[in-house]
Design a binder for this molecule. Structure first.
Ligand code: PEP
Ligand code: MG
Length: 322
């Protein structure tokens, strides 16, 4: 099986009936890029920048960040790289920021909420990204977007820094796509409105599932409710993909679900454009997708979306793909 995978390393990803999708990988550091390329990743679908901020006593400087982003972009060449801006809070703490303890950190002051209130943290990251943009195919993504205003505000700050850099004579790419993570149900529900303003969506199912099912992703006592194949999740995912396509935008997924062999046929049938997973899942996923008929799965999507339980969905998809 390993040999079969290796043959597909440099190949694009096609379903059995000739429909192309993109298989990207998630990374946390520039050192992870080697693994992406060695495993046939067609891009980086999620660069979690938190690691630049963690395990130290102070914020990383703009130049430190620039070096990291540049390194990732250069190693990836013209392949797309989606960089997520700082997503601290929830399960990811930073001691030196001395944030107040919260009763519900996952519902609290985190990610874009923190960044919009602390521009002294946000702006240097955006500047570093903009400066690095000339070294590859950069896409910028904001985490935990719950409202259109948050996206507009974040994008305005980005454009403000771009303008400032240009005035300083610094070169910045004019082809940077700006998108959002869809990991809060409110955003998945009004994806259509978002689709007019964002360049792309990347669905963060790790959080989207916990918020939709009201089941903490780290609490084993309620893990039975953490159901990726629950029809509520699938209907939200479908809504996001349809919204994207209605505006000629693309929709990806960077949560664990994107690399799950049970979810892959479902997501292919819903029309997901980009799947971002751990690097070692890319070649198995490419192999699996080559054996699937996207048209057949898509023809059955309404039936699947109308089901009542995750179990029914899984049974149905198993039968369809046997
Ligand atoms: C997600 O929420 O699905 C996601 C990819 O982000 P993280 O796991 O970093 O919260
Ligand atoms: Mg998340």
């Amino acid at each position: 099986q390993k040999e079969e995978w290796a043959k597909l390393k440099e190949e694009p990803t096609f379903s059995g009936d000739g429909e192309q999708v993109e298989l990207a990988a998630n990374i946390g550091t520039p050192e992870d890029v080697e693994g992406v390329l060695n495993n046939g990743g067609e891009g980086v679908g999620l660069y979690r920048t938190e690691f630049l901020y963690m395990g130290k006593n102070e914020l990383p400087t703009e130049d430190e960040q620039y070096d990291a982003y540049k390194s990732v972009l250069e190693q990836m060449g013209d392949k797309p790289v989606v960089v997520r801006t700082l997503d601290i809070g929830g399960d990811k703490e930073l001691d030196y920021l001395d944030l107040p303890k919260e009763l519900n950190p996952f519902l609290g002051f985190r990610a874009i909420r923190f960044c919009l209130e602390n521009e002294y943290v946000f702006r240097p990251q955006l500047r570093a990204l903009l400066r690095a943009s000339v070294h590859g195919n950069l896409k910028i993504m904001f985490p935990m977007i719950a409202t259109l205003e948050e996206f507009r505000q974040a994008k305005a700050i980005l454009l403000d820094e771009k303008e400032a850099l240009k005035n300083e004579g610094v070169k910045v790419s004019d082809h940077i796509e700006v998108g959002i993570m869809v990991e809060i149900p409110s955003t998945a529900v009004i994806a259509k409105q978002f689709a007019k303003e964002v360049d792309f969506f990347s669905i963060g199912t790790n959080d989207l599932i916990q918020y939709t099912m009201a089941a903490d992703r780290m609490n084993t006592q309620v893990s039975y409710l953490y159901q990726p194949y629950h029809p509520a999740i699938l209907n939200l995912v479908n809504n996001v993909i349809e919204a994207a396509h209605s505006e000629n935008k693309w929709a990806g997924m960077c949560g664990e679900m994107a690399g799950d062999p049970i979810a892959i046929p479902i997501l292919l049938g819903l029309g997901l454009d980009e799947f971002s997973m751990s690097a070692t899942s890319v070649l198995p996923a490419r192999t699996q997708i080559r054996g699937l008929s996207k048209k057949n799965l898509a023809a059955n999507k309404d039936k699947m979306l109308a089901m009542g339980t995750a179990e029914e969905v899984v049974e149905f998809v198993k039968e369809l793909t046997e």
